[in-house]
Design a protein around this ligand. Structure first.
Ligand code: 7PM
Length: 265
């Protein structure tokens, strides 16, 4: 299958690795923008050297439980990084649910919109439809601030599949061709450990929707539950999770640790 995304046509007959680029000021910085931009670009270049096929650039507005980042601040973080990376040779993904950030990021050179809200914000469908960008439609139950409080499902696999089918239909009706869309069950987004494991075991049910799957399990708490380790000790579980995901049909894995993932795949 081919994933049409912006300037690229990504061949998904082999698994692809999406490297995570967080654009967040570190606690030592004075809040100066230059340092944050430079560090993110440097990290991104390192990930490309390690074999990343896609870079996912985020200003941290979508992290579960994270304090929301104001629009202006998110733009100030991600746009200079996209501008600095637009000629690196791999597709750039913008991790945001905010339509204004999508629009500015696409104008700055982003090829993919990675939206944990699956284009449900007003104008999001229209902005992506008016571009050539690819899009990742992800499932999330609830909203980032509260979604892990008490996630409940009758049948988590059916709920995720039905939601993604509905968002796929909305995207196509807005004029986004299927060849521009990938789907993501949204591990950890309003899901308990049992829900996450059930989704991983039944990934083929989601795959039956007929579109490529993107999976993000890197360092997530479900892996911590399985191996009983803290977030900085989850490298090996994360690599295993990427390999399992691909063996179960995933086309793209979204990871922090690119080199070991590429080697393992
Ligand atoms: C804390 C918990 C911090 C979780 C950050 C996270 C996904 C995503 C994220 C995913 C897609 C992380 C997550 N996860 N986008 N953004 N799929 N498409 O591990 O699973 O970075 S945020």
């Amino acid at each position: 299958m081919i994933f049409n995304c912006g300037k690229f046509q990504l061949d998904l007959s082999q698994p692809r690795v999406m490297g995570i680029v967080n654009v967040t000021p570190d606690s030592f910085s004075d809040g100066g923008k230059f340092n944050t931009t430079e560090k993110a670009i440097e990290h991104a270049l390192q990930l490309v050297e390690e074999g990343a096929d896609i870079l996912d650039i985020g200003g941290e507005s979508t992290r579960p439980g994270a304090t929301p980042v104001p629009l202006d601040e998110e733009l100030n973080r991600v746009i200079p990084v996209i501008e600095g990376l637009r000629h690196v040779g791999v597709p750039l993904s913008i991790d945001t649910y905010k339509p204004q950030v999508m629009q500015a990021a696409i104008a700055a050179g982003a090829d993919i919109v990675n939206d944990v809200c699956a284009l449900r914000e007003p104008q999001a469908l229209e902005i992506v439809a008016a571009s050539q960008a690819g899009v990742c439609l992800m499932h999330m139950q609830g909203r980032p601030q509260t979604m892990q409080a008490n996630p409940e499902y009758d049948d988590v696999v059916k709920a995720v599949k039905d939601f993604l089918a509905e968002r796929l239909m909305a995207a196509e009706q807005a004029g986004i061709d299927r060849s521009r869309i990938v789907l993501d069950p949204g591990f950890g987004f309003g899901k308990r450990t049992a829900h996450n494991l059930s989704l991983l075991n039944h990934l083929n049910d989601i795959q039956a929707l007929g579109l490529p799957l993107l999976i993000g399990l890197s360092r997530k708490s479900v892996l911590g539950q399985v191996v009983g380790l803290s977030v900085d000790e989850r490298l090996h579980a994360s690599i295993a999770a990427s390999v399992i995901s691909v063996m179960k049909g995933a086309s793209i894995v979204r990871v922090h640790d690119v080199k070991p993932t590429v080697d393992a795949l």
